[in-house]
Design a protein around this ligand. Structure first.
Ligand code: PMP
Ligand code: GLN
Length: 384
C-alpha cells in the first residue's frame, strides 16, 4: 500500500458490519436500510434488464433518461436548471462522484477545507488526489453540532482550492442553515474556491428543516459540483447509482477522471432510477415521515438508556455522547458493545483528524424496521 493510503486501513463500515455478522448483534453501524426501495422501481429495473436496456455499456455521461430526470429533479425541487447533456453526469454512486471530483479538480498540494467529522471517503480521496485536508470541526452546542464561520474563514489560505461540504451532514445530522450557507457562499466567491457538495441525504430533513443546495446561492452555480445518490434517496444502496450536476467545464473535468475509474455505471439500474426520480412528491414525503418517526424512536430510546443525544435535523444517523454512561472512548465502547448489549454502532472518532475531539461520540443508524429499533433500544436500556 502506498504512503498516501497507508493511514486508512479497512473502512469502519466493513469492520463493524463484519462484527455484527460474527456476533449476531443488531447492526446500527453501517448506514443501509433493512427495507428495499419502492416495488415499482425494482420492477423498472427488471423491465430494463429483460428488455435489454443497459445490458451493454451505457453512454459515458449516463443514459439520457436519467440525466433528464436528474435535471428535472433539481429544477422542480430547487429551481436550479441544468442542461442534461452538458451539466449532468451519472456516477457509480456518490462515492465515485466524490473520488472523481477530487481527482479531477485538485493539484498535488492543494488544500481542501472540509467539515469535520467527515464521511470517511473524503479523507482517503483527498489523499489519493495528493491534496491536503484542512478540517474545520463542528462543535457540540446546545444539543447539535454547529459550524463556526470564523473558524471556516480562518481555515482558508492561498493554497485552498476547494471547499468540501456535506449537508445534511453525516454523522452529526446537522443541516446547514440558509444563513450559514450564504456566509459559506460569500467566502467561496470572495476567495474564488471550488465547492464540492455531498447532498446524498437531501430528502431526509426533519422538523420542518429545509435542505438548500449551496449551488443555489449567488455566484455559486458556476463553481459548485453537487452530488446526489439513489442509494440514500430510494433505499437502493447496492445499486450504486449517483450523479453530479455542475457547470459544463466542471462536468467535463469530473468526467475525465470518471472515465478511467469505472468508465460507466450500471446500465439497467440507471433506467430504473430515472423512473424513481419522477415519483410523486408523496413518495418523498412518506419516506421523510417514516424516517422522522424512526429518528424519534431511536433518539428517545437512547436518551432513556442514558446516552447524551444530539437530535439530528437530517440524515438517518443519530450521534450520541457516551460520557453520561461513564465512558469516554468511543472505539473501545463500539468494540465491546456487541458483547455487552448485542448492538453495533460506529465510533465517530474515525471521522475526525482531531481524534480526541471525536472520542466520546458514537453514531447509531435508524434506517431500520421499527421492531429492530425497539429491540435495539431494549438491549441498550440494560447498559446503564
Ligand atoms: N456521502 C455520504 C455523506 C454518505 O453517507 C454516503 C454513504 N452512502 C456516501 C456519500 C456514499 O454514497 P453511495 O452509496 O451512493 O456511493
Ligand atoms: N454511508 C454509509 C454510512 O455512513 C456507509 C457506506 C459505506 O459503507 N461505505 O454508514
Amino acid at each position: 500500500l502506498n504512503r498516501r493510503l497507508a493511514e486508512f486501513g479497512t473502512t469502519i463500515f466493513a469492520e463493524m458490519s463484519a462484527l455484527a455478522v460474527t456476533t449476531g448483534a443488531i447492526n446500527l453501524g453501517q448506514g443501509f436500510p433493512d427495507t428495499d426501495g419502492p416495488e415499482e422501481v425494482r420492477e423498472a429495473a427488471v423491465r430494463a434488464l429483460r428488455d435489454g436496456r443497459g445490458n451493454q455499456y451505457p453512454p459515458g455521461p449516463g443514459v439520457p433518461e436519467l440525466r433528464a430526470a436528474v435535471a428535472d429533479h433539481q429544477r422542480r425541487r430547487y429551481g436550479l436548471s441544468y442542461d442534461p447533456d452538458t451539466e449532468v453526469l451519472v456516477t457509480a454512486g456518490a462515492t465515485e462522484a466524490i473520488a472523481a471530483a477530487l481527482l479531477a479538480l485538485l493539484e498535488p498540494g492543494d488544500e481542501v477545507v472540509a467539515l469535520e467529522p467527515y464521511y470517511d471517503s473524503y479523507a482517503a480521496c483527498i489523499a489519493m488526489a495528493g491534496g491536503t485536508r484542512v478540517p474545520v470541526t463542528l462543535r457540540p452546542h446546545e444539543g447539535t453540532f454547529r459550524l463556526d464561520l470564523d473558524e471556516l474563514r480562518d481555515a482558508v489560505t492561498d493554497r485552498t482550492r476547494l471547499l468540501l461540504l456535506n449537508t445534511p451532514h453525516n454523522p452529526t445530522g446537522t443541516v446547514l442553515t440558509r444563513d450559514e450557507l450564504a456566509a459559506i457562499a460569500e467566502l467561496a466567491v470572495e476567495r474564488d474556491l471550488l465547492v464540492v457538495t455531498d447532498e446524498v441525504y437531501e430528502h431526509l430533513v426533519f422538523d420542518g428543516a429545509e435542505h438548500i443546495p449551496p449551488a443555489s446561492f449567488p455566484g455559486m452555480r458556476e463553481r459548485t459540483v453537487t452530488i446526489g445518490s439513489a442509494g440514500k434517496t430510494f433505499s437502493f444502496t447496492g445499486w450504486k447509482v449517483g450523479w453530479i450536476t455542475a457547470a459544463p467545464a466542471l462536468v467535463t473535468a469530473v468526467r475525465s477522471a470518471k472515465q478511467y475509474l469505472t468508465y460507466v455505471a450500471s446500465g439497467p439500474f440507471q433506467y430504473a432510477v430515472a423512473e424513481a426520480l419522477a415519483l410523486p412528491e408523496s413518495y418523498f414525503a412518506a419516506y421523510r415521515r417514516d424516517m422522522e418517526a424512526k429518528r424519534d424512536l431511536l433518539a428517545t430510546g437512547l436518551a432513556e438508556a442514558g446516552f447524551g443525544v444530539f437530535r439530528p435535523s437530517g440524515t438517518y444517523f443519530v450521534t450520541t455522547d457516551i460520557r453520561p454512561l461513564g465512558e469516554s472512548d468511543g472505539f473501545a465502547f463500539c468494540r465491546s458493545l456487541p458483547e455487552r448489549a448485542g448492538v453495533v454502532a460506529v465510533p465517530n472518532a474515525v471521522f475526525y483528524d482531531h481524534r480526541e475531539a471525536g472520542a466520546p461520540f458514537v453514531r447509531f443508524a435508524f434506517c431500520k424496521q421499527v421492531p429492530v429499533l425497539k429491540e435495539a433500544v431494549r438491549r441498550l436500556g440494560a447498559l446503564a
